[in-house]
Write a new protein. Structure first.
Length: 267
């Protein structure tokens, strides 16, 4: 974000992802959706755009710790919208598990961040979280028969177009004067990573309830701390270890172990 306008950067990253996933779609002969489904796909993709635009815009207004705490309210939004849209059962154990996972994220974030207390930034991050939650729930409702690679392709294509056009009018692309090596690395690493992550994510929507999927997202800050400890030699504090345990407890509450004689072989 220090080298190039953020919306423009996201648009370029998504463009790389779109090209890669398009080649996968063509090579594997994935069928395109019927015309009567396009309105649903555009709505889902629009939620994806809302998430990206408001998230990257909010990062300019709040601290990293605040952004994580605010964005990870989205599992609560998923639980509520999933109950309203796809009638997923809203049982106390799920709510408690989400609460524990969120508490773990707060513990990770609060110790290493100052608070900017910017109301507009807070609103932006909450809108981003709601966009991602609705993308997940609507995908579960409407796209059970759609190949996950096609879902990635449609989401990325729509977002690329919207982001690059928005950047032209909002950021004025001509201000881009510095493209350092770090930017190219982030573009290609992020672009290829998005293809893998999104395709796997959409694949799971065919097998898992939305709340179950959303809870596993709490592993992201946990893995960040572990990788920072392993690769960057950062210290691992007692509070962070406690946060890991809390997050795992929350995930287990939402995803209780299956009995040994369970016939669940969906994955």
């Amino acid at each position: 974000m220090g080298y190039t306008p953020p919306i423009f950067f996201l648009g370029l990253k998504n463009l790389i992802s779109t090209i890669v996933v398009y080649m996968l779609v063509k090579l594997r002969g994935v069928k395109y959706p019927s015309k009567n489904m396009l309105k649903f796909f555009f709505l889902i993709s629009f939620m994806f755009v809302i998430d990206q635009v408001f998230w990257i815009s909010g990062l300019n207004l709040v601290s990293p710790g605040e952004s994580v705490i605010l964005f990870y309210t989205y599992p609560f939004m998923v639980a509520l919208s999933s109950y309203l849209v796809v009638r997923e059962a809203l049982v106390p154990s799920k709510l408690l598990g989400i609460g524990l996972g969120f508490l773990g994220v707060v513990i990770f974030s609060i110790g290493n961040s100052h608070f900017m207390l910017n109301p507009i930034g807070y609103v932006f991050m909450l809108i981003a979280a709601s966009g991602w939650s609705l993308n997940l729930v609507f995908t579960t409702k409407w796209c059970q028969d759609t190949d996950s690679r096609m879902l990635s392709f449609i989401n990325l294509t729509v977002s690329t177009i919207v982001l690059l056009l928005s950047s032209i009018f909002v950021e004025r692309i001509e201000v881009v004067t510095t493209f350092r090596a770090e930017v190219f690395f982030a573009l290609f690493y992020g672009g290829l990573g998005d293809v893998l992550a999104l395709t796997a994510w959409f694949k799971l929507t065919k097998h898992w309830e939305p709340t179950r999927m959303a809870t596993y997202a709490f592993l992201t800050p946990l893995l960040t701390v572990i990788l920072s400890w392993l690769i960057l030699d950062q210290s691992l504090e007692v509070s962070q270890i406690a946060a890991m345990a809390i997050i795992f407890a929350g995930i287990i509450l939402v995803n209780p172990p299956k009995p040994e004689n369970s016939s669940d072989t969906s994955l």
